[in-house]
Design a protein around this ligand. Sequence first.
Ligand code: ZN
Length: 74
Amino acid sequence: MGIRTIIVILLIVLAAYLIRPRLRRGKPRPADSADKTMSPASLVQCEYCHTYIPLTSAVRKDGGYYCANGHRAD
Ligand SMILES: [Zn+2]
């Protein structure tokens, strides 16, 4: 292995080390954390009319969400 190869490898490692933290910082993923924890602002789909409504105003029945009491299947 020549000295040039070693220098090139060192430069690649150094470049990767310098670039990596920037990539991590540049990729904020608020969507990921929002998916894991169902926040009250989450949208749910009405089983009856398929309209998306905020979780806080949704009517829940048998694990399904409905936009109004009238759409809740009896
Ligand atoms: Zn509905």
